[in-house]
Design a protein around this ligand. Structure first.
Ligand code: FAD
Length: 383
């Protein structure tokens, strides 16, 4: 057991931290206020290798291990969860899925431009009537003559309105899980359109959209994996997406700690800085323990991923704990800042609104607990 970061991991932490502080954090408040995604950031991230962390260099990535991937994601999440959400969709949901399931031709076609941010990706699983029950989705893909024809609507898709390519799970057969197939759909495909979802509680500068398929024609070779592999691909994508959500939540926890330590030393009440009061220290101490525990769970999941082993249990444990932890930390961070914490002049209210989504997307906390239960009991509370 070694808790030291390697020289490479330390270097990546410094690089990602500097980038987050200098390029992400300064615009986060205004981007949130005006619900706008900073379209210049992906290229800047890509130039430093931050958008292709775990992708091999052969495909345009940085060839880093999963601890490095967690470190990058934590640092981006510390500055802005909307940008972290963009990153999670681009890298963890789309790039790693293409790496794992794509043909060599698909890898060479899509991974270099994704890593360079020449193109943006999104992952479309959720539908208006299929959320936690992903196997119940009803978007169809039918093979007609020489092309696949898609019909249906995906909703709540991160990056959906700015993506050039969508990894879409659609129904190709009647069986609940084996009847699903994954497709790579270009934004230029005839019959494909998107509609932005506005006025979210948090993650306001992350683009979220509906994907609408109206007799959308895509080529025969747009399939990712094999016919009927869609559910497996979706679950493996979520194993990676959840990992990055968990790492991003560690970033929220750290941001809350940093903000609270500073404020608790500056804010004077009853003639002394509020950090002197034991009840304030109690909130900060809990935040520190919670964040450190979540970071260790993320690193444990990274350790399993680095070995190339299935990490569903470790990832769900990390995602469940880290997202609930981020919500607790952000709630106490607002409390410590008192009335000022309730205003968007300070970032803690944004952390609070953003943290909530982490307990919902990529599988709610309830679903994470059911996955953990299934993995340890061998009994399925849901199919
Ligand atoms: C900002 C944002 C971005 C998103 N990005 C993406 C994306 O990029 N791609 C994508 O495909 N999806 C995305 N989603 C969708 C997200 O993954 C779903 O919202 C989530 O999986 C929950 O589905 P649902 O909203 O339909 O809730 P439901 O499944 O309807 O759940 C409602 C409630 O019931 C509970 N529940 C459901 N089933 C059970 C059960 N068996 N046992 C106990 N409780 C249960 C849930 O935990 C929840 O509390 C995003 C969502 C948001 C808000």
């Amino acid at each position: 057991m070694n808790f030291d970061l390697t020289e490479e991991q330390k270097m990546i932490k410094e690089l990602a931290r500097k980038f987050a502080d200098e390029e992400v954090a300064p615009g986060a408040r205004e981007n949130d206020l005006y619900a706008r995604f900073p379209m210049d950031l992906p290229k800047k991230m890509a130039a430093l290798g931050l958008l292709g962390g775990p992708i091999p260099e052969k495909y345009g990535g940085a060839g880093l291990d999963y601890i490095c991937h967690a470190i990058i994601t934590e640092e981006i999440g510390r500055a802005c969860s909307s940008i972290r959400t963009f990153t999670s969709a681009q890298v963890s949901l789309v790039e790693i899925s293409i790496l794992k399931w794509g043909t060599e031709e698909q890898r060479l076609k899509y991974l270099p431009p994704l890593c360079k941010a020449d193109i943006i990706g999104c992952f479309g699983l959720t539908e208006p009537n299929a959320g936690s029950d992903a196997g119940s989705l009803s978007t169809t893909a039918v093979f007609q003559k020489d092309a696949w024809v898609l019909n249906g609507t995906k909703t709540w898709i991160s990056n959906g309105g700015i993506a050039d390519i969508a990894l879409v799970i659609a129904r190709t057969g009647k069986e609940k899980h084996e009847g699903l197939t994954a497709f790579l759909v270009s934004k230029d495909a005839a019959g494909f359109s998107t509609k932005n979802i506005e006025n979210k509680l948090g993650l306001r500068s992350s683009n979220t959209a509906e994907l609408i398929f109206d007799n959308c024609k895509i080529p025969r070779d747009a399939i990712l994996g094999g016919l009927g592999d869609g559910f497996k691909i979706a679950m493996s994508a979520l194993d990676n997406g959840r990992f990055s959500v968990a790492a991003g939540c560690v970033g929220i926890g750290q941001a809350c700690i940093d903000a609270c330590i500073k404020y608790a030393k500056e804010r004077i009440q009853f003639g002394k800085p509020i950090g002197n009061f034991q009840l304030v220290q109690d909130m900060i101490a809990k935040m520190v323990v919670d964040t450190e525990a979540a970071r260790m769970l993320v690193y444990k999941a990274a350790y399993v991923k680095n070995k190339g082993l299935k990490s569903t249990l470790e990832t769900s444990i990390a995602k469940y704990f880290a997202s609930e932890m981020a919500m607790r930390a952000a709630t106490d961070a607002v409390q410590i800042h008192g009335g000022y914490g309730y205003s968007n002049e300070l970032p803690v209210e944004r952390y609070f609104r953003d943290a909530k989504c982490a307990t919902i997307y990529e599988g709610t906390s309830q679903i994470q607990k059911l996955i953990i239960g299934r993995e340890v009991l061998g009994l399925k509370a849901f199919e």
